[in-house]
Design a protein around this ligand. Structure first.
Ligand SMILES: NC(=O)c1ccc[n+]([C@@H]2O[C@H](COP(=O)([O-])OP(=O)(O)OC[C@H]3O[C@@H](n4cnc5c(N)ncnc54)[C@H](O)[C@@H]3O)[C@@H](O)[C@H]2O)c1
Length: 255
């Protein structure tokens, strides 16, 4: 455990599972107080209990980000509890039903784009406003995907939402730099989480990492901690000169 983020408050969306859960643990390990936000009450409760065992301070915020009207209240709830927000990690995401253009269904498109893009942009707006009112300074990390950078085998709604998140990151970085707010993205490749459980067991994930259009340079499936390490780096003082960038944690699947 370090104290590099001691006194800082972070919101991690999707904090109940997978990459978000590992990010909560990583930020707690660096001394931050963490609001673990998720629609899954049970999962987020476990994360808070695990954090308490390691001596960290995490608390649960149960919210459905598909209900974007409530996002200002969600941010207000964190501020009521902690009075400040220094870090926002937009990690919650949904894969949708994986449709192609010819199969596209509007409801699926809308849900995927609401959770993966509209909710992050509104969270960024409200959190950045708070950071500026407080005198500036802060970190925002958006979780994109290697699907944003390739077209073969990428479900259309998901891939376009994640590609838009990369450009959103660049635009927000350009706008918020004058307030000393760094905005970056992380683009994971195939990672063992709740989202990829639907692909099958370990063998199925290994096949995806080893062969075909999704293969990576090491033929290795990422673990949530591999992605959380990059997210943590983008929240630490050591990365203060990095903004508007995307770090790929896909084991070179996108080169
Ligand atoms: N696992 C991978 O291979 C992979 C690859 C690239 C990108 N990603 C991205 O990483 C991020 C984290 O996903 P993961 O792989 O850890 O999956 P996961 O399913 O384990 O975690 C996603 C979390 O987001 C939460 N969530 C989903 N919809 C929500 C909503 N409407 N409101 C609040 N919370 C909601 C879920 O409850 C879950 O806890 C996602 O943005 C995903 O697109 C994952």
């Amino acid at each position: 455990m370090s104290d590099e983020l001691s006194g800082k408050v972070a919101i991690v969306t999707g904090g109940a599972s997978g990459i978000g859960r590992a990010t909560v643990a990583a930020l707690l390990g660096a001394g931050a107080t963490v609001a673990a936000l998720d629609r899954e009450e049970g999962g987020v409760g476990e994360v808070v209990a695990e954090g308490a065992k390691t001596g960290g301070t995490a608390f649960a915020v149960v919210a459905d980000l598909a209900d974007t009207e409530r996002i200002p209240d969600v941010v207000a709830r964190v501020l009521q509890r902690c009075a400040r927000i220094d870090i926002l990690v937009n990690c919650a995401g949904v894969a949708g039903r994986g449709q192609t253009l010819l199969e596209l269904d509007q409801q699926d498109w809308d849900l995927v784009h609401t959770v993966n893009l509209k909710a992050p942009v509104l969270l960024m707006k409200h959190v950045a406003r708070h950071m500026i009112e407080r005198g500036g300074g802060g970190r925002i990390v958006n979780i994109s995907s290697s699907s944003a950078f390739r077209a073969r085998n990428s479900p259309m709604a998901y891939a376009t939402s994640k590609a838009a998140l990369v450009q959103l990151t660049r635009c927000a970085a350009a706008e918020l730099g004058r307030y000393d707010i760094n905005v970056n993205a992380v683009a994971p490749g195939i990672t063992k989480t709740g989202m990829t459980r639907a692909f099958g067991g370990d063998e199925a994930l290994q096949r995806i990492a080893s062969s075909g259009p999704l293969e990576n340079l090491f033929h290795r499936v990422s673990q949530p901690e591999d992605v959380a390490a990059a997210i943590l780096f983008l929240c630490l003082p050591a990365s203060r000169q990095i903004s508007g960038q995307t770090i790929h944690t896909s084991a070179g699947a996108v080169v």
